[in-house]
Design a protein around this ligand. Structure first.
Ligand SMILES: [Zn+2]
Length: 463
């Protein structure tokens, strides 16, 4: 179907462009300590703060330590900042609830954007990126983040892949495909926020980055390897967190749906459902996503070799171009392992969790064996998921002519599960048209409680 293909290609193709390291037989670089310089060449993300081992994130305004350039008797949230920030926000068309109480930070954010002479119409998007920044930027990472923000820009040009847009971390560039279907639309809005989530991913967690390798006996960052270990190590990556996370958080903040990198985004829903928001946030926003995920799997008692196979299978399910490992590990099995490790054996009765497994199962690229054979018969396939969506839709009174793009998927908003689906939008761009349908749902009774057609606050300029 033409419309479906159009939208799908637009979403799926939004990629992060980085040079990929060879999967095997790693070469020790002359500078094995990969720091800021090489970060643009690496998908792996390393944060020295990992040593603290803390999963706690300081997010609330009351806990946020002072910035170094504010005097000691001032802190974010003080009245003087508040008044100035609110005035600024009003002038710029930013709502008060987008500030998340981070008034001082907002003033600095706007000041930085104003100094960026290249930002152009991308500014309209970046202004509304602030809630993500307010929620996830730590004071110690501000200077690196603002340095990147001061260089952020968008261009229309020739993309390396046949994608709608690409993000280049090294140059903080959003490149929009000049041959693509550019123009004002709900899809363009979604693509831009997907790419800006890549910008956030590569700038919000600090400047130190390092690849992660498996030596045959341990996982380690490049600078920790011995000369001997360099000879036989393989690099490991988490593309599925990079792409799935960009989709996941663009969904949470801007679209209220996840629809693009389907399986990895659903997988992250599963992680959040099992472990909570902080863990999902840490996996994506940390600059050490790969090691964070490895530690999560190790904590669940999963063996090193299986971890390697899991990472490779998940990456395959993200791009479809990587090779599957000899023993692929189904994402559904991984989530059940993690569920049992963290929450116990009741996963089959957990309807929200089963919804997540169904989404992954319905969208998995290739059919390879389950570790738990019962999952094959237990889980719904694509037609069954469409049927489920029809059942949900039949309970909704105020139907519009807009059809669903695929089936309803789970989204966790402030920790609460909803069903949500992207909607086809008109060819003629309409700022009042909904882009998604969000359903408050009783998963146990399979009943719609309430619903909302979501109309975003579009920026002034869409492209
Ligand atoms: Zn992407």
């Amino acid at each position: 179907m033409f419309r479906s293909q159009r939208v799908r290609s637009a979403f799926v193709a939004g990629v992060l462009v980085v040079s990929m390291l060879a999967g095997t037989g790693c070469q020790k670089s002359t500078d094995s300590k990969e720091t800021t310089k090489s970060r643009s060449e690496s998908l792996e993300q390393v944060d020295t703060s990992l040593e603290s081992g803390s999963s706690e994130k300081q997010e609330s305004s009351s806990e946020k330590p002072e910035s170094t350039d504010l005097t000691s008797n001032e802190s974010y949230g003080d009245e003087e900042f508040k008044q100035e920030a609110l005035k600024l926000a009003q002038e710029l068309g930013v709502k008060e609830d987008e500030l998340h109480g981070q008034y001082g930070l907002f003033i600095k954010y706007i000041d930085c954007i104003d100094q960026n002479t290249e930002i152009g119409t991308l500014k309209d998007y970046v202004l509304h990126l602030f809630p993500v920044v307010a929620d996830h930027l730590k004071p110690e990472d501000e200077s690196y983040f603002f340095q990147n923000l001061s260089e952020l820009r968008a261009e229309i040009g020739e993309t390396q892949t046949p994608s709608a847009a690409e993000f280049y971390p090294g140059s903080n560039l959003v490149l929009i495909n000049g041959n693509g279907e550019n123009g004002e639309s709900g899809a363009s809005y979604s693509i831009m926020y997907h790419e800006l989530m890549h910008f956030i991913d590569f700038s919000i967690g600090g400047d130190y980055r390092s690849n992660v390798y498996y030596t045959g006996t341990r996982f380690a960052h490049g600078e920790e390897l011995t000369d001997k270990e360099w000879e036989n190590c393989i690099s490991v990556e988490t593309d599925f967190i990079t792409e799935g996370g960009a989709d996941y958080y663009a969904g949470k903040y801007y679209r209220k749906t996840t629809e693009g990198y389907n399986t990895p985004a659903s997988f992250l829903s599963g992680i959040e459902w099992i472990y909570g928001e902080e863990t999902a946030d840490r996996l994506f926003f940390s600059s050490d996503s790969t090691m964070e995920f490895i530690l999560l799997l190790e904590d669940a008692g999963i063996s090193d070799q299986k971890i390697v196979d899991i990472l490779r299978t998940c990456n395959f399910e993200t791009y479809g171009s990587n090779q599957l490992p000899e023993i692929p590990v189904r994402m559904e099995d991984v989530l059940v392992d993690l569920y049992e490790s963290k929450k116990g054996s009741g996963w089959k009765e957990d309807k929200v969790f089963m919804q997540i497994l169904n989404e992954i199962h319905a969208w998995t690229i290739e059919d390879y064996p389950f570790a738990r054979e019962e999952l094959k018969t237990l889980l719904l396939d694509y037609p069954a998921m469409e049927k489920m969506s029809q059942n949900v839709l039949s309970q909704i009174d105020q139907r519009t002519s807009q059809e669903l793009i695929r089936f309803f998927k789970l989204i966790l908003l402030d920790g609460k599960p909803y069903l949500a689906a992207d909607l086809f939008t008109s060819y003629e761009f309409d700022r009042n048209e909904a882009i998604s349908l969000i359903v408050e749902y009783d998963f146990d009774q399979e009943k719609v409680i309430s619903y909302e057609y979501y109309v975003p606050d579009y920026p002034k300029w869409i492209i």
